[in-house]
Design a protein around this ligand. Structure first.
Ligand code: GLU
Length: 315
């Protein structure tokens, strides 16, 4: 086997829907340490596909918080520094359009007019995690048809056919994974009826065009990864390596959210120096045995993935 000697390239891809909390910072720190400990590069991409929830001022604050921590990016951000820009998804519509055409050429994309309520009505009642498995209601009997250009104007979303086979991958943190996509999510949306791009398509296109070799993010996105690997195959993109990190939980064992205001960067910056915050996270991840102020440079030699834990609980 020929092993390519690629410069490791990681990315941090926040959705600018609010201020970062400790969980987001943990992901950013681990992704940065992973690539920087191997002389790699780090890209900042703004995932502002959702116009209702995304605000430029939030993206500005995210950048400010990253810089306060010393988590500098080599490419991207609001300034669009680098050759693969724009680095904000809201300005990449033309790029997604081009790759949607390529997907359509595989014959596996079809228009769908189901509403969420209709989809839920076809669900088995036991699914409690809010995930929706599409039953294939609008799937044509024969795939391979041309997708009409006015599908969106006619109020249809575009869905991608998912075959019965399993998607397998080895995650750097969670180990071997196997997802029967048809049972886990069914045919999924690549463009919404209102014309908005689906996260799955945008991420796959962006990671490929931005040369990302390693994706580090929360383990709540494991199923998305299986969908994204499937998309990579259809679009002929190389599959990056994945590291799905444990979710940071509060003292009650619940995943951090915007409601944990004590863990938002606003509050954390009041109570910590960058070094004490980095040391706290490094200790939580098991990189250092005891909490002590650390710079990013000091943490580089200690970097390893926190293998085997699903959550990390704050004391
Ligand atoms: N934008 C997503 C988030 O902030 C992250 C997606 C990803 O890392 O692929 O949760």
């Amino acid at each position: 086997m020929v092993t390519e000697n690629l410069t490791p390239r990681g990315r941090f891809a926040p959705s600018p829907s609010g201020r970062m909390h400790l969980g987001n910072v943990f992901t950013a720190m681990m992704s940065w340490l992973s690539v920087k400990s191997r002389g790699g590069e780090w890209v900042l991409r703004i995932e502002d596909l959702d116009p209702q929830r995304s605000k430029t001022e939030h993206a500005r604050m995210i950048e400010d918080d990253l810089l306060w921590l010393g988590l500098e990016w080599d490419e991207g951000g609001l300034a669009d520094a680098g050759p693969a820009g724009p680095y904000s998804q809201s300005r990449r519509g033309e790029v997604y359009e081009e790759y949607l055409r390529r997907l359509e050429a595989t014959g596996m994309v079809y228009p769908c007019r189901c509403r969420r309520a209709d989809i839920l009505a076809t669900q088995a009642p036991h699914r409690s995690d809010g995930r929706v498995v599409y039953a294939g209601t609008c799937r044509p009997l024969r795939l391979g048809g041309h997708v009409p250009d006015d599908a969106q104007a006619a109020g249809a979303a575009l869905r991608l056919f998912v075959p019965g086979r399993e998607i397998r991958f080895r995650d750097l943190v969670c180990g071997d994974q196997c997802f029967p996509l048809a049972a886990e999510c069914g045919d999924f949306i690549v463009r919404r009826a209102d014309g908005a791009w689906a996260y799955q398509l945008a991420v796959v296109v962006d990671d490929a065009l931005m040369g990302i070799t390693e994706v580090a993010r929360g383990n709540d996105l494991l199923l998305s990864t299986a969908q994204q690997i499937y998309l990579c195959g259809l679009l002929g993109f190389p599959v990056p390596e994945y590291a799905h990190l444990p979710l940071v939980c509060n003292a009650q064992g619940l995943r951090l959210s915007k409601r944990d205001s004590a863990m938002s960067m606003e509050e954390l910056r009041r109570r910590h120096t960058p070094e004490s915050l980095l040391g706290k996270l490094a200790c939580l991840a098991g990189l250092i045995p005891e909490e002590a102020p650390m710079t990013l440079g000091q943490l580089l030699p200690f970097f390893r993935w926190p293998v085997g834990s699903e959550t990390l609980r704050l004391g």
